[in-house]
Each structure stands twice: as structure tokens, then as C-alpha cells.
Design a protein around this ligand. Structure first.
Ligand code: ASP
Length: 338
């Protein structure tokens, strides 16, 4: 019996044992299920470039997002609800490249992309090139649930948002003076003149969640890449590239140089390695980010969560804003590589 318990603790506590730790045994950290993980983008984020105040702001925003999603799950909400709740907090925060605070196109406008996917049914919704919808992740979910389509772009997406009664804002709402200034410097003197753009190169936000019904969901929201051509669409709204969820494998949200993530079909590749090659979520995520993506020359990272509540947060940049909350509500937030 003792041997069985130890074996169970090593592979993870199954549902029928509940979360109670058998007497005399210490609960191992990796037997606690993670129920929600988020990211706020990757880049050359190192301790020496960060001020304590700024780090504090990022940590507070990530915590707020994790708490919002966790509350939803606690009340019996679905993984989809939790993903939307967490991402909305990050879209509303000016710190990240999603919603308010998004990077700008070369024309100086904000064009937003987002997507969401449900692991049980593999239903998905996505929007691209949206300019007036306050929370693109909410619109992506509506596309999934209230239209027969998976993806709407530009004017079609905006008209649909209006019909659905979603909150609309002028494009200026998304644009911070600091972003205008970054674009100006970048256009005058090139990317090298804007160190903060390299540090926070990819400020895209994303979330993956596991609910009490055993279902996974993933979502991603972004302003894209600073100085992008208008009309450019990255990986974030592309199902299989920036976002994917399949109960048979895991839920994934990516951040990084979107063109590479599309070409490597990063999110689906991770799922495929789990489903068809039997890799764990950590092995699959590492194989794609440190293997395929790195070999192709792409930079960025992913968060991935499997049905047992095992999370992988893998990136090939200096850092990635990230965090997770476990089934007991314990929050972990990390920024740097170590
Ligand atoms: N992946 C996003 C894009 O290429 C950028 C990011 O992660 O910040 O649009």
C-alpha cells in the first residue's frame, strides 16, 4: 500500500484520491494541479534592465489576472470563462501589448488580434485587424459561440462586434503616448534606437486553464509587432500557431515573432508531439521551442497546460512574464529565466 501511495505521488494524485495528502506523507509540489497559467509576453527581460517599481507593476498586473481567472474557476466557471477573465485584465492594463497599450502599425494605428479555443470540442474563435473593440478576446469568443465561423477580420469583425453589443472605443483608447514615441524613434533611427522595444519585444498576453469538469481552454490577445504593416496578421489569432487547445493533449498560448510561430505551427506541433509521439507537455513544449523554433531562427515562448494540471512555460528569450495558480489558489509569478 505504501509503495502504491508513493508511486501515485510520483505520477500525480488522481481525482479519486482528492487533494488530501495521506497521513505521514508530504505533498510533492508537482502533484498539485495547476488550474490557470498566463503570460504577458517574452523578450530580453533581465534583472539589470528592470527597475523595482516596474517589476512591481508587472507582478501586480499578472497577479490580478491570475486572481480574476482563479475566482471564476473557484465558483465553478469553465476554463473558457477563466481564460477570458484573465486576458481581459491584461488587455485593460497599459503594461502589455494587448488591448490598451498595444504596439502600433507603421501608420500609427492600433490593430488588434485575438483567439480562443476550447479543448473538449475543439471549437475556436478568432479576430484580426480589429481597431475599435475594447476587449478583442471577448469578440473572439463571440465569433466562436455566436457565429458559424472561426475567424473574422477588419470591418467584418467590427460590424459583428457592434451587432453583438460589445463595448466599442475609439482607436486612440489603445494608443499610449509612450508607444507613439517608440514608433517615432523606431521609424527615424531603427529598432536599435528603442531598447525598451527589445526588452519587451513581445508583450502579447495569453492564458490557459483547466476547469473542474476536466476541460482545457486557451486564449491569446495582441497588438502584434511594433511598426508592422497595416493589415499584417501574426500568430496570435491563428489557431494552431499562437493558440490551441485539445483535451487529448494540452492548451497552449504563445508569444514571440509571429511569422516564425505560424511557419512552425508551434501550438499544434506541441499538441501533435503529445498525441502521436507520447511526449509529456514539458518535453513537447521544449522540443518545439528549443528545437524547431530555435533552429528556424524564431524567438519567443509558450505556456502549455495538460489535463493533469501539469504546466510548461518554455521560452528561448531572456525572460517571459508568466505566472500560474494551482488548485489551492497558490500563485507563482516569474519574469526572468532563472
Ligand atoms: N506573437 C505576436 C505577433 O507576432 C507578438 C507578441 O508575441 O508580442 O503578433
Amino acid at each position: 500500500m505504501k509503495g502504491l501511495l508513493i508511486a501515485l505521488l510520483m505520477v500525480g494524485v488522481p481525482g479519486w484520491l482528492g487533494s488530501a495528502t495521506p497521513a505521514g506523507l508530504t505533498e510533492r509540489a508537482d502533484t498539485v494541479r495547476v488550474v490557470l497559467a498566463i503570460h504577458g509576453g517574452a523578450g530580453t527581460i533581465t534583472r539589470d534592465r528592470m527597475t523595482p517599481e516596474r517589476e512591481q507593476q508587472y507582478r501586480a498586473a499578472l497577479r490580478e489576472a491570475l486572481e480574476a481567472g482563479y475566482q471564476v474557476l473557484q465558483k465553478g466557471g469553465t476554463s473558457l470563462d477563466a481564460v477570458v477573465a484573465a486576458i481581459q485584465v491584461l488587455e485593460d492594463s497599459p503594461l502589455f501589448n494587448a488591448g490598451r497599450g498595444a504596439v502600433l502599425t507603421s501608420e500609427g494605428t492600433a490593430e488588434l488580434d485575438a483567439s480562443i479555443m476550447e479543448g473538449r470540442t475543439r471549437q475556436a474563435g478568432a479576430v484580426a485587424g480589429v481597431k475599435t473593440v475594447k476587449n478583442p478576446i471577448v469578440l473572439a469568443r463571440r465569433v466562436m459561440e455566436a457565429s458559424p465561423h472561426v475567424m473574422l477580420v477588419g470591418r467584418g469583425a467590427e460590424t459583428f462586434a457592434q451587432e453583438q453589443g460589445l463595448e466599442l472605443v475609439p482607436n486612440e483608447y489603445f494608443i499610449l503616448p509612450a508607444r507613439r514615441e517608440q514608433l517615432r524613434r523606431m521609424q527615424q533611427r531603427g529598432m536599435g534606437a528603442v531598447p525598451e522595444l527589445q526588452e519587451h519585444a513581445y508583450g502579447t498576453v495569453g492564458a490557459v486553464a483547466l476547469d473542474r469538469y476536466g476541460n482545457l481552454a486557451a486564449g491569446t490577445s495582441t497588438g502584434g509587432i511594433m511598426g508592422k504593416r497595416f493589415g499584417r496578421v501574426g500568430d496570435s489569432p491563428i489557431i494552431g500557431a499562437g493558440t490551441y487547445a485539445d483535451n487529448a493533449a494540452c492548451a497552449i498560448s504563445a508569444t514571440g515573432q509571429g511569422e516564425y510561430f505560424i511557419r512552425a505551427a508551434v501550438a499544434h506541433e506541441i499538441v501533435a508531439l503529445m498525441k502521436y509521439a507520447g511526449l509529456t507537455v514539458e518535453q513537447a513544449a521544449a522540443a518545439v521551442i528549443h528545437g524547431t523554433l530555435t533552429r528556424m531562427g524564431g524567438t519567443g515562448g509558450v505556456i502549455a497546460l495538460d489535463r493533469n494540471g501539469r504546466v510548461a512555460m518554455v521560452f528561448n528569450t531572456e525572460g517571459m512574464y508568466r505566472g500560474y495558480v494551482d488548485e489551492h489558489g497558490h500563485i507563482t509569478i516569474q519574469i526572468y529565466r532563472d
